[in-house]
Design a protein around this ligand. Structure first.
Ligand code: 5GP
Length: 202
């Protein structure tokens, strides 16, 4: 049962959770196996990592361009993440996807999820949780893309973020990426699930 929702299935999913829990990997899995689901591409002021493509993984923008987007009200939400860079969800594409009747998903941080809760309370807020704290640390260290100082900062953020689970409508534990992605898609109206039983069947 999903608290606060008359219908257990929804068109807009907001996926949040602690850093390095695998939100991006789960979103990528949904993108691969469920092309009918529209996934928002965020704008960010951080630099691309190797292999990241502008317009696919993020819109990589300058500080000035981000300022302009904020001023012009182009962002549905935005936040400074890990005290390092700004990230935001372009509003127009989300509205277009929903108007077109497509199931849509945002993969954003907790601060952003809180903002969307005030502007789009009809969305379903999903918390992606690691199997354990040790596993979260292992994943964060294992990624090896951050400096020591940045890792420390991210672990601090992650601890705060784990405490926010109660604010969410539903929790999915990320034991395995494929399963987590299918559980997520099973919550979305208009998405085609594979073999996962409906979570509202209990
Ligand atoms: P990364 O730099 O590792 O790609 O992402 C860092 C964090 O930024 C992740 O926790 C991710 O969920 C968050 N993030 C990505 N896009 C957005 C966005 O548009 N808005 C907010 N608030 N957070 C975002």
């Amino acid at each position: 049962m999903i608290a606060g929702h008359g219908s257990a299935r929804t068109r807009l999913i907001v996926l949040a959770g602690p850093t390095a829990v695998g939100k991006g990997t789960v979103a990528a899995q949904v993108r691969r196996s469920h092309p009918e689901v529209w996934i928002s591409v965020s704008a960010t002021t951080r630099s691309p990592r190797p292999g990241e493509v502008d317009g696919v993984h993020y819109w990589f923008v300058s500080d000035e361009e981000f300022d302009r987007m904020v001023e012009d009200g182009e962002l549905l939400e935005w936040a400074v993440v890990h005290k390092a860079a700004r990230y935001g969800t372009p509003r127009g594409p989300v509205e277009e996807a929903l108007a077109a009747g497509r199931p849509a998903m945002l993969e954003i941080d907790l601060q952003g999820a809180r903002q969307v809760r005030t502007t789009m309370p009809e969305a379903l807020f999903v918390f992606l949780k690691p199997p354990s704290w040790e596993e979260l640390v292992r994943r964060l260290v294992g990624r090896g893309t951050e400096t020591e100082a940045e890792r420390e900062r991210r672990l601090e953020t992650a601890q705060e973020e784990l405490a926010a689970e109660a604010e969410f409508d539903i929790t999915i534990v990320n034991h395995e990426v494929h399963d987590a992605a299918e559980e997520l898609v099973a919550l979305m109206v208009g998405a085609h699930t594979e073999d996962v039983p409906s979570p509202d069947s209990d």
